[in-house]
Design a protein around this ligand. Structure first.
Ligand code: TYD
Length: 204
């Protein structure tokens, strides 16, 4: 079972991923284990690519795209594929939908080219994707309150709203896989909804 969590910066993914992992470790004791991971940088050595892509002054949208893809190639090979092979539940914060939403809707790169690269790279498809949807201004305020802004986040609400419309398009197109959760609810409401969705899928 390969599960991804998606959404714009500041939507609450990290909090929700941790709650979900905790709950699944309690309820799914009979499965081979629950692995939490994230992109970019979720493999040994991945911090270097993460720093490069998030902090250094990249100017070409393709350099950014290829760094995210290189990061994912290693992440899939070293972490995701082995865990899935061992029958574990893998929960990954951000994956291919982030690349489509940020690099296509955000940066203007063509969607079909990026998807062609995904196929060429042989990335496994998530079984289920939770999209925590929050309007950009709300997400932006949360991040500003935390004093945590990286390069992409500093581009602000216009950029994030474009990315959000990307997630919205993908959720409509891939509605069998992507489930939209209202990110404006409180933390425990969101967490209960995510857990229900995941358990229903696991035990169908
Ligand atoms: P991160 O600090 O992990 O943000 P968050 O905690 O919100 O997930 O930064 C990841 C940033 O990288 C985020 O702005 C989204 C962006 N990103 C892409 O643009 N393309 C991608 O393929 C991925 C995986 C992330």
């Amino acid at each position: 079972m390969f599960l991804t969590l998606e959404g714009i910066d500041g939507c609450g993914k990290t909090t929700q991923a941790h709650l979900l992992v905790e709950r699944l470790r309690e309820t799914e004791k009979s499965c081979g284990g629950v692995v939490w991971t994230k992109e970019p940088g979720g493999w040994p050595g991945g911090e270097k690519i993460r720093d490069l892509v998030l902090r250094d002054g990249l100017e070409h949208p393709l350099s950014e795209l290829f760094l995210f893809l290189a990061d994912r190639c290693e992440h899939v090979l070293q972490v995701i594929a082995p865990a899935l092979k061992e029958g574990k539940i893998v929960i990954c914060e951000r994956y291919t939908d982030s690349t489509l939403a940020y690099q296509s809707w955000g940066r203007g790169l063509p969607l079909e080219k990026i998807e062609e690269l995904f196929r060429w790279c042989g990335f496994p498809s998530p079984d289920k994707t939770i999209w925590i949807d929050l309007p950009a201004p709300a997400a932006y305020h949360r991040m500003a309150g935390r004093g945590r802004m990286d390069r992409l986040e500093e581009e602000g609400t216009v950029f994030l709203e474009k990315v959000r419309s990307g997630f919205s398009f993908l959720a409509e197109r891939d509605r069998g896989r992507i489930v939209r959760i209202d990110g404006e609810k409180d933390i425990s409401g969101i967490s209960a909804e995510i857990l229900d969705t995941v358990l229903a899928f696991l035990h169908q």
